[in-house]
Design a protein around this ligand. Structure first.
Ligand SMILES: [Fe+2]
Ligand SMILES: [Fe+2]
Length: 170
């Protein structure tokens, strides 16, 4: 069983993961409307991954015997600017998620809650990968400096991202 403050903090994180999914779906819609279909498809894969993150926390809470209550999900923006702006919004969102996960890890450590700490380390590692991926995409978009052909190449490359693999049953 996990403590009440830890339950509350993980429930909040569950909500933030659903918000992340919602944000990426909003970005997918925005990219589709801007005819960046590759970027839209990349964002849809990211949406699926964030749903999986939320599901991972949900299952952990259920396994810990928590009576999960789902909260309201905030409305994401619908305008994101240029393709560079879209990915910069993604990076700053991921950085804020990393900081939340670090705070949660500190909380788990201070409560000597090693099971929750282990769960959170998976997320902390995942954040390193997500930030690195988005940072690399931003670097490429900066490199082509608004050149139409360059942006088209990047969009094609983004469209090649494979679907999110299913969450392993634990
Ligand atoms: Fe996530
Ligand atoms: Fe993420």
């Amino acid at each position: 069983m996990i403590s009440d403050p830890m339950q509350a903090a993980l429930s909040e994180q569950l909500n933030h993961e659903f918000y992340s999914a919602y944000l990426y779906l909003a970005m997918a819609a925005y990219c589709s409307n801007a005819d960046f279909n590759g970027a839209a498809s990349w964002m849809e894969v990211q949406y699926e991954e964030e749903i999986q993150h939320a599901t991972r926390i949900y299952r952990y809470l259920i396994d810990q015997g928590v009576a999960v209550k789902l909260g309201q999900i905030n409305q994401p923006p619908s305008e994101f600017g240029t393709l560079l702006d879209v990915f910069e919004s993604s990076l700053s969102h991921e950085q804020s998620m990393t900081s939340r996960l670090n705070d949660l890890s500190n909380q788990a450590l201070s409560e000597k809650d090693h099971a929750t700490y282990n769960l959170l380390q998976w997320f902390v590692n995942e954040q390193v990968e997500e930030e690195a991926t988005v940072t690399a995409i931003i670097a490429k978009i900066r490199l082509v400096n608004n050149d139409g052909y360059g942006l088209l190449m990047i969009d094609n490359e983004l469209g090649a991202r494979p679907p999110a693999p299913p969450v392993a049953a634990e």
